[in-house]
Write a protein that binds this ligand. Structure first.
Ligand code: GSH
Length: 362
């Protein structure tokens, strides 16, 4: 059977599990140990990250987005992407925004608030560190320190940027509320890649972590209900129809993806081209300083450009006015032919993978 290595509190493990459960693809879950995270997984996949999966034939996979694409070739029915190419492109954009842009607020809410960080440090060190012979308090202290250093302090979160970081989550709740009051999932009666992509931050972090979880329960119970609706959806019984076209209530989400996420990806691509290992990014008026330049995220922009370029005329005619009006088209196409030089990408999710952050301090 397929074996999934990850943690029950992990962003991308939650995204992959939500997908596998909806598609009813059987798997064995294995809680990753620290040794596997630091040795086995990088040896087998090229990247120290979770989730990773081992196929019955002995092949290893990592990186949730190409993994889902590969599973779709093996279990095509029902497809996780809508048949309508315009809707499918919007799903891809929302997935990328959820994977990469919402990472910072998700980590901030987990590691900047003791209410969250104490619990999560305990959960992670008790699970991943179960083989490490050291006092529990030391393991918890180390976990909390490592995560806050790498994913909050070194990711541009300061007193100055904090309101903007938190705003990304609070705005998202406001954007999702009217959509989910109207229909069960973003595109209608069953989940698509847009719902699955949002599960990374929304499920394992914003819904489950204490500090942002209180906000979601109090301010947006419809959104909380949707998170668990996606988690309990099953392709064999969650079979409602999708809407036609791109509903107007998705526009604010597109605007956010354009003005926040794509802006940040452009800063990555500019820095990457100039060979800068670190860069500043000004997004919606907030300036994030000294961010690690991520080859992986340049590849994200390259991939979105390629997906846009592959749309046929009819899909472009349907999409362009919307992408233009919501500020997506300009940042998407601002830099001609972005090239991340990620040669291994054609083998993904197999072969040597690329971590999002190259330099993690343990
Ligand atoms: N692009 C990858 C990202 C995976 C990822 O970044 N996973 C996080 C945890 S959810 C991780 O392992 N980060 C490295 C670390 O914590 O050192 C995917 O989509 O699966």
């Amino acid at each position: 059977m397929l074996k999934v290595y990850g943690l029950k509190v992990s962003y991308f493990t939650g995204k992959l599990e939500a997908y596998l459960r909806y598609k009813e693809i059987p798997y064995d879950f294995h809680a990753m140990t620290a040794r596997e995270f630091m040795r086995t997984i990088p040896e087998k996949t090229g990247a120290m990250q979770m989730p990773a999966a081992e196929l019955p034939d002995g092949r290893w996979m990592t990186d949730s987005s190409p993994m889902i694409d590969w599973f779709e070739t093996q279990y095509p029915d029902p497809p996780i992407l809508p048949d309508d190419p315009a809707q499918a492109f919007v799903c891809r954009l929302i997935e990328d925004y959820a994977d990469e842009w919402l990472w910072r607020p998700a980590m901030h809410y987990r590691w900047s608030y003791p209410l969250s960080s104490k619990l999560l440090a305990r959960q992670i060190s008790d699970t991943m560190g179960r083989e490490i012979k050291a006092p529990g308090f030391l393991k918890r202290w180390r976990t909390e320190k490592r995560q806050k250093l790498n994913f909050v302090d070194r990711d541009g979160v300061t007193e100055e940027t904090r309101p903007h970081v938190e705003g990304a989550y609070l705005r998202l709740l406001d954007m999702l509320k009217p959509i989910l009051r109207d229909r069960p999932f973003l595109f209608g009666g069953r989940p698509t890649l847009a719902d699955i992509g949002l599960m990374g931050p929304m499920f394992r972090h914003f819904a489950m972590d204490p500090a942002p979880g209180i906000i979601m329960r109090e301010e947006a119970p419809d959104v909380m209900a949707w998170v668990y609706r996606v988690w309990s959806a099953r392709a064999s019984r969650t079979t409602g129809p999708l809407v036609t076209g791109i509903p107007d209530d998705l526009r604010p989400l597109l605007r956010e993806a354009g003005t926040a996420h794509l802006e940040a990806l452009n800063a990555e691509a500019t820095a990457w081209k100039a060979g800068q290992k670190h860069h500043d990014a000004t997004v919606q008026g907030a300036t994030y300083r000294n961010l690690q330049t991520s080859q992986y995220r340049v590849w994200c922009l390259e991939t979105l450009q390629a997906r846009y370029a592959a749309l046929d005329l009819a899909a472009r005619q349907a999409l362009d006015p919307l992408l233009q009006a919501e500020g997506v088209l300009e940042p998407l196409l601002r830099q001609n032919g972005v090239d991340a030089g990620y040669e291994q990408a054609k083998h993904a999710p197999f072969g040597r993978s690329l971590p999002v952050f190259e330099d993690i301090r343990n």
